[in-house]
Design a protein around this ligand. Structure first.
Ligand code: EPZ
Length: 418
């Protein structure tokens, strides 16, 4: 296994480009199962999760061809509509093949994804939604068994906003008979990107980005071409890397409006942030205030930026209260930050962070999940002495060459074998 060795790096300065969005690429790649033929996707990041998605698409009969950041997917009728445990356990988002397989082929057998470090990650809302479209759903021996000779549109109210549940339902409803209305739909930018691609394939999806999405089912979809939106979580992570080191970092090829909640909190904390249509810049700042956050569905503060923001707050003047309202166990990074000397008191869903600038001490720490691994790298940039982040396979799932991007800004960071 690889590890990341991070030295105190001083102020990071310069420009860095954001890669394509992991959480947009995954549903859009699975949506290709809705239309046989050749799909072309641009700005697809090189990540472990993309490799896992291609592995599952290959098992489902599709050919995948990488050409730089372009990925071509040639879909044909799968011999078996099954997603096995050994692929699904590597990537929970594999459940997103359920809706497309059910809609296009009337059946799907998908291994239950199981939980992960940040929570139990149930899929009940996905299964209820498919049932609402007329599918027969069973869970047996660790598998979801789904059958639906024909899906029929219906109105579904999600008891709580679910990104994956909204995506699965949008894809299934695209080929259902009649109209589907999704109420309390997730509003993330990745939902809008998926709707845009579904419509390019000939679907009739409207309202994406709002809490009410309407899908008029159509007979057939055809393959199309799409440019994946930038990764807003990577953009936010890079912005915090500039902020925490007191440098001036311009994050390019991003969509600032997708991280407005982070930008607002950083401004409230004392950072000067400027932006244009495709970039956001944090300016040098030597002292900033502790500012509370509560994670929430978009456009609220993204749960995927909570850990990175917590690291920033360990260096603030004063105290901040961080409330994680989306996942029940997304404070695994707290004990690792504490190993570096951070002053954090975690409760069930709330962590109180008392800032002490410049007092983190480098040490070996362990990545527990994707975003936690990023927060530990950020901490290593400002800790005194060397920080080693172990198990960074978590990082490789969702960040494309993070060490190269940070090195280009002046970070002292290198990858090594554990
Ligand atoms: C997506 O996960 C993202 N993953 C996550 O990013 C992100 O943290 C999450 O949305 C929230 O924004 C991808 O897009 C691939 P949810 P998802 O369904 O779809 C509960 C990362 O770091 N829930 O919106 O699984 C669930 O337990 C990853 O890139 C149910 O109870 O999230 C959670 O508490 C981590 N039943 C809440 O809803 C269900 O059937 C939100 O989950 C589904 C979800």
């Amino acid at each position: 296994m690889d590890k990341m060795i991070v030295q105190p790096s001083g102020a990071l300065n310069g420009s860095v480009k954001t890669s394509g969005a992991k959480n947009s690429s995954l549903p859009i790649l699975f949506s290709s199962l809705l239309a046989e033929g050749e799909h072309t996707f641009h700005n697809v990041p090189h990540l472990k999760d993309i490799e896992s998605t291609c592995e599952l698409l290959n098992l489902l009969g599709a050919e995948t061809l990488r050409e730089g950041t372009t990925l071509k997917v040639k879909v044909k009728r799968p011999e078996r509509m099954q997603a096995d445990y050994d692929v699904v356990r590597k990537m929970r988002a594999s459940i997103l093949c359920l809706g497309p397989l059910l809609a296009q082929y009337g059946e799907a057998v998908v291994s239950l994804p199981g939980g992960c470090a940040i929570g139990t990650r149930p899929i009940n809302l996905h299964l209820d939604a498919m049932e609402s479209l007329g599918a027969q759903m069973k869970v047996e021996k660790g598998f979801v068994l789904a059958k639906a000779p024909k899906l029929v549109g219906s109105t579904i109210l999600f008891e709580n906003a679910t990104v994956g549940g909204t995506e699965n339902l949008m894809m299934a409803a695209s080929l259902a008979e009649g109209t589907t209305i999704i109420e309390n739909a997730a509003k993330e930018p990745e939902i809008v990107d998926l709707a845009n691609y579904l419509n390019k394939m000939g679907a009739k999806v409207s309202g994406a980005g709002t809490s009410i999405i309407t899908i008029e089912g159509v007979e057939k979809l055809k393959p199309a071409e799409h440019l994946i939106i930038p990764d807003r979580i990577e953009a936010g992570t890079l912005l915090i890397a500039g902020a925490i080191t007191g440098g001036e970092v311009r994050v390019e090829d991003c969509m600032p409006e997708h991280i407005e909640s982070l930008i607002q909190k950083m401004k409230e904390s004392g950072f000067k942030i400027t932006k244009d249509k495709t970039s956001v810049t944090v300016h040098p700042c030597q002292s900033w205030q502790g500012v509370d956050i509560t994670t929430a569905p978009h456009p609220g503060f993204a749960t995927d930026l909570q850990a990175q923001y917590m690291t920033l707050m360990t260096q603030a003047e004063g105290t901040s209260v961080i409330t994680e309202s989306i996942f029940e166990n997304r404070f695994m990074h707290v004990q690792e930050l504490t190993r570096l000397g951070a002053d954090i008191t975690p409760k069930t869903r709330v962590a109180v962070v008392r800032g002490h600038k410049g007092e983190l001490q480098g040490a070996p720490v362990m990545a527990t999940d994707l975003r936690a691994s990023a927060c530990l790298v950020l901490a290593g940039l400002v800790a005194q002495g060397e920080t080693t982040v172990n198990r960074i396979y978590h990082l490789d799932r969702g960040y494309e060459k993070l060490e190269d991007k940070l090195t280009s800004l002046g970070a002292k960071i290198k990858r090594a074998k554990e």
